[in-house]
Design a protein around this ligand. Structure first.
Ligand SMILES: [Ca+2]
Ligand SMILES: [Ca+2]
Ligand SMILES: [Ca+2]
Ligand SMILES: [Ca+2]
Length: 266
């Protein structure tokens, strides 16, 4: 156990003692998960944190040590996780300036694909914009979204405006479970989610978290629908529906200041 995680776990023990029974980690009842013959319930997303180019992946939504740790990218890169090759495993990518470096395994090593997309200063986002099972890049510039359906240099396949020019925090998710990722924005304590990659009003509005939190949406219960999560210091508050309400799952993971991400392991 290295000192970083010893520190984190010590902090966790202290915070759990304070929290006590107020935030039980509830899990989805098994009856809620589809078990029809011939279909496999999608796996759920789990927490990851990145600290100065070191990635710490955990395979459950609970306090504890990372199961996987590796170095990828440099401090200052924008880290993202996605399924770049469609094999069901999310792996790292970093954006440096406007160059994307994608890797297809959760290990230290060189990029499997690199390309330029967007402009320096754009906010890089990642999603499966066409529902083919492969995550590809997008950038948000002001309130204009430029989405591309392949992991190569080229022009945007989809361009639209969504959200306010200033102050919104873009989030990505499959809010309706149709297999296509679409935009959302966090604005203060409100999430404004849209179910198509086009200009228009929010389809779903949820009050969750606050403006100081880092939004980390994910499919926490494996039902195919992405829902809000926020990280406050190193405490994760995850909700399993796109409705206003309290956290369904609460735990501490990583250290304050780490970059939190959601990822899917199979
Ligand atoms: Ca993959
Ligand atoms: Ca895709
Ligand atoms: Ca969708
Ligand atoms: Ca879900």
């Amino acid at each position: 156990m290295n000192s970083r995680w010893l520190r984190a776990l010590t902090a966790v023990a202290a915070s759990l003692a304070l929290v006590g029974l107020a935030s039980p980690a509830s899990s989805q009842p098994a009856s809620m998960i589809s078990s029809s013959p011939g279909t496999v319930a999608p796996s759920s997303d789990n927490p990851a944190v990145v600290d100065d180019g070191v990635w710490y992946l955990r395979t459950s939504k609970s306090t504890g040590m990372p199961q996987t740790q590796f170095r990828y990218g440099n401090p200052g890169d924008a880290p993202r996780m996605g399924d770049w090759d469609g094999d069901g495993l999310d792996t790292p990518g970093v954006v440096r300036g406007n160059t994307w470096y994608l890797r297809n395994s959760n290990t230290t090593g060189v990029a499997d694909a690199s390309f330029t997309y967007g402009n320096v200063g754009d906010l890089p986002v990642v999603g499966d914009w066409d529902g083919d099972g492969i995550d590809t890049p997008g950038v948000v510039r002001g309130n204009t979204w430029y989405l591309r359906n392949s992991n190569t240099t080229g022009v945007a396949d989809i361009v639209f405006t969504y959200g306010h020019f200033w102050g919104d925090v873009p989030v990505i998710g499959d809010w309706d479970g149709d297999g296509v990722d679409t935009p959302g924005v966090g604005r203060g304590d409100m999430w404004h989610l849209r179910n198509s990659n086009s200009t228009g009003v929010a389809d779903i509005q949820v009050n969750y978290g606050n403006y100081m939190d880092v939004p980390v949406p994910g499919d926490w219960d494996g039902d195919g629908i992405d829902t809000p999560g926020v990280v406050r210091a190193n405490t994760w508050y995850l909700r399993n529906s796109n409705t206003t309400g309290v956290a369904d799952i609460t735990f501490t993971y990583g250290n304050t200041g780490d970059i939190p991400l959601s990822w899917q392991g199979d």
